[in-house]
Design a binder for this molecule. Structure first.
Ligand code: XIL
Length: 364
């Protein structure tokens, strides 16, 4: 079977299977085992508070190969006041990862939404990079076992500014060169780490997403030209049924190809699905969520530059999607039972190719 026919087969089989609510395939095999057979990682964002729940811990231990701290490594969390660092909660996540032999992805060094107020105030008077330098250095030194870091998170603009850098406290203080500067700073502190730029709003066929894809590719090209040390691009993939944007597989595949041909590794870094209609029967809701994930993943995983899939959470019990926790946008339900979304991930990972040891078919 050629790769293309394999993928077409995947699309039809997956969606047919999902729509009939077939029993979850591979439910006895963890998502990380399936991913691992394809030299991939399956990850989830977790938070220190949620790790206190034994059922959640068990689910994470069972399913996941890599952890991302949902909030605990962000600057305003670690350094709420000038001159003091509080690593207690970040340590909980890091120690849990270490105790259970999970990898840890560092998230996130520069993010406009996590700059502590004291730094914002300081920079109004006098922009000083040494504050960034101190935070980046502290994090990368303490968590030196972290293999990959989001160095700059969400640098691109929104709305009419989607093709350009967003206006932010970083842009105001340091100008557009702050992105390159951040990667050079990170590289000095972690010579061997995989340094990532992480962004949202890249997957749909809307003018805003198109502009952002194009703008990001332009930015990345400039960074490459200037030999800025950046290794990977994170595509957050907060999928959205609510505003019903169109997903065009060819457009998204072209974008992934462009990233791959520039030599970037690609991470699907924050996958979840925001639901549109919470009044529908549960089965239909779960089917729609899984189908959206399935359509997205079959394109993403067809590209060999994509090396990992991380969900932004694991269970609907702990999801940032809405405060009431009504959204069913993660692979496990609120009682940690697998849903069709989990099946969609398992199938997408499986269809990525049968391990060489069992298939002997390199084209698959
Ligand atoms: C979110 C967390 O999930 C929330 O708990 C927190 O209050 C705000 O940040 N993109 C990102 C993540 O890169 O860091 C965000 O996480 C979700 C959007």
């Amino acid at each position: 079977m050629t790769r293309r026919t394999a993928l077409q087969g995947f699309g039809a089989a997956a969606i047919a299977g999902l729509s009939t609510g077939a029993s979850p395939v591979l439910s006895g095999t963890s998502l990380q085992s399936i991913a691992g057979e394809r030299q991939m990682l399956f990850g989830a964002a977790v938070s220190a508070a949620h790790l206190r729940d034994p059922a959640f811990r068990d689910a994470v231990i069972r399913e996941v190969g890599a952890l991302t701290a949902e909030i605990e490594m962000k600057w305003s969390y670690v350094q709420p006041e000038a001159g003091m660092f509080d690593f207690a909660d970040a340590d909980i996540v890091a120690n849990f990862a270490q105790a259970h032999q999970k990898r840890l992805h560092g998230h996130t060094l520069l993010w406009h939404r996590s700059v502590p107020q004291w730094a914002v105030d300081d920079w109004r008077a006098k922009p000083e990079w040494r504050l960034v330098e101190a935070f980046v250095g502290a994090m990368m030194t303490r968590y030196h076992g972290v293999e990959s870091w989001d160095v700059v998170n969400e640098p691109m603009g929104v709305g009419e500014r989607s093709g350009a850098l967003r206006s932010s406290v970083y842009l105001d203080a340091f100008g557009p060169g702050y992105v390159a500067k951040a990667f050079h700073t990170a590289r000095r502190h972690a010579p061997a780490a995989i340094l990532c730029l992480n962004e949202f709003g890249l997957e749909y066929d809307t003018p805003e997403h198109s502009q952002k894809r194009e703008g990001l590719l332009r930015l990345l090209k400039d960074l490459r030209r200037d030999e800025v040390p950046i290794d990977a691009v994170g595509i957050q993939a907060h999928l959205d049924l609510a505003s019903q944007p169109a997903f065009n597989p060819d457009l998204f595949a072209d974008f992934l190809n462009a990233l791959g041909s520039m030599g970037f590794q690609v991470r699907i870094s924050e996958l979840d699905v925001k639901e549109a209609d919470l009044q529908l029967p549960l089965e239909e809701r779960d089917r729609r969520v899984a189908e959206a994930a399935s359509r997205f993943l079959q394109v993403a995983l067809a590209n060999k530059a994509v090396g990992s899939v991380t969900c932004w959470g694991l269970s609907d019990k702990y999801s940032w999607l809405d405060e009431t926790r009504a959204n069913r946008g993660l692979p496990l339900d609120e009682r940690f039972q697998p849903k069709l979304f989990r099946q969609a991930i398992a199938e997408a990972l499986s269809w990525r190719g049968v391990p060489a040891s069992t298939s002997g078919n390199k084209d698959n």
